[in-house]
Design a protein around this ligand. Structure first.
Ligand code: 2P0
Length: 349
């Protein structure tokens, strides 16, 4: 039975997603249930991504995890939620009569190694790709299939959206148990081939206020956030889905910028306030609006998450000129820590 001791090894990758209607605020911390629905664009597989390898073996004594080469605490409640839910599904499937012959024994422990090809915790949605990849890889190891976004959500809210490609909505759901708080593909990655995403890295440093604690304080203190969740986000979801379906770039871009601005306004409305935008971010915002008004047409959109790095949406035909404009206003050689350091252009081609 020598082969029984051979570890079963699976490697998968999952891409980052960029929200254009932002998730900010939970109604249930433990299950990670949001106060509003959100919508994102998943990047192409070989750009900003997490790669996770899971090995399982009957000879492993305990579950263990390494992130970017460093061992981390496996008892973290969110990791435990994902491991527990995947094992629960695997057990259910085998009780239902599927032997799961090609997969790992239910009692086997796992060793998980996960690496990002971009800076962790710089507001570049690393937890989204990370937990999506973890859940997907564990599911493969234990022979589990089907809807997994509800499990990824319990690792990190935004992770549920990275379980699908293209344009993805996370429907907030109504139930207290979270069973209807799931991600759903709105359009596949092939739907809008001219759309491009550029990431302008203003800082690769770890953000001062993490998303989880930041949104907690916002829920407790910001009446603008309450207004946004109840009266603004629902209408914007409808409009955004329509703009995506029709490939209406101007409508998509304007909603994206307004929603980013409102998210950062709720951060300022939080007490004590949270500042994710830097002076460089503000210069990028001004530049985008000047560029659009110069052409009398909305050709660019910016969006910022929990950090100062700008994500720019545009159409393929405008990329070369915009890259030149950025290089003109933010020359890499004069950055001195103040200007944009590098320019990873994440095109889909
Ligand atoms: C988003 N962000 O929709 C928004 C926009 C940041 C700003 O989702 O506590 O890391 O793990 O559920 O998913 C960041 O929040 O927070 C985030 P948790 P998460 O992409």
């Amino acid at each position: 039975e020598e082969s029984m001791d051979k570890p079963h090894i699976v490697t998968c990758t999952a891409p980052v997603n960029i929200a254009v209607i932002k998730y900010w605020g939970k109604r249930n911390e433990e299950l990670i249930l949001p106060i509003n629905s959100s919508l994102s664009v998943t990047l192409h597989q070989d750009q900003l991504k997490t790669t996770t390898t899971v090995a399982s073996s009957r000879s492993f004594q305990e579950d263990q995890i390494w992130l970017n080469g460093k061992e981390e605490d496996i008892t973290h409640p969110r990791l435990q939620s994902c491991l527990r839910e995947i094992r629960r599904l695997a057990r259910k499937r085998r009780n239902d009569g599927d032997s799961g012959l090609d997969s790992t024994g239910l009692s086997h422990k796992v060793h998980i190694c996960s690496v990002n090809n971009f800076p962790t915790a710089a507001g570049l949605a690393s937890s989204a790709a990370g937990f999506a990849c973890l859940v997907y890889t564990l599911a493969r190891v234990f022979g589990v299939e089907g809807e997994l976004s509800g499990i990824a959500r319990q690792g990190s809210g935004s992770a549920c959206r990275s379980m699908y490609g293209g344009f993805v909505q996370w429907i907030m759901g109504q139930k207290d148990d979270g069973k209807d708080s799931l991600a759903q593909q709105v359009e596949p990655e092939t739907h809008w081939p001219e759309l491009r995403i550029l990431v302008l890295v203003a800082s690769a440093e770890r953000k001062p206020v993490g998303s989880t604690s930041g949104m907690q304080t916002s829920v407790q203190t910001s009446c603008l956030l309450k207004h946004r969740a109840e009266s603004v986000a629902p209408g914007r979801m409808v409009e955004m889905i329509e703009a995506v379906r029709r490939k209406n770039f101007a409508a998509f871009a304007e909603l994206t910028m307004k929603d980013s601005n409102q998210f950062h306004a709720t951060c300022l409305d939080t007490y004590p306030p949270i500042f994710y935008l830097s002076s460089v971010s503000q210069q990028v915002i001004t530049l985008v609006h000047r560029y659009n008004s110069y052409y009398g047409e909305t050709r660019l959109a910016y969006t910022f998450d929990a950090g100062p790095n700008a994500v720019i949406f545009t159409l393929q035909q405008h990329v070369p000129e915009f890259v030149q404009v950025v290089q003109h206003f933010f020359p890499p050689e004069t950055n001195g820590g103040q200007f944009i350091k590098g320019l990873p252009v994440n095109c889909t081609d």
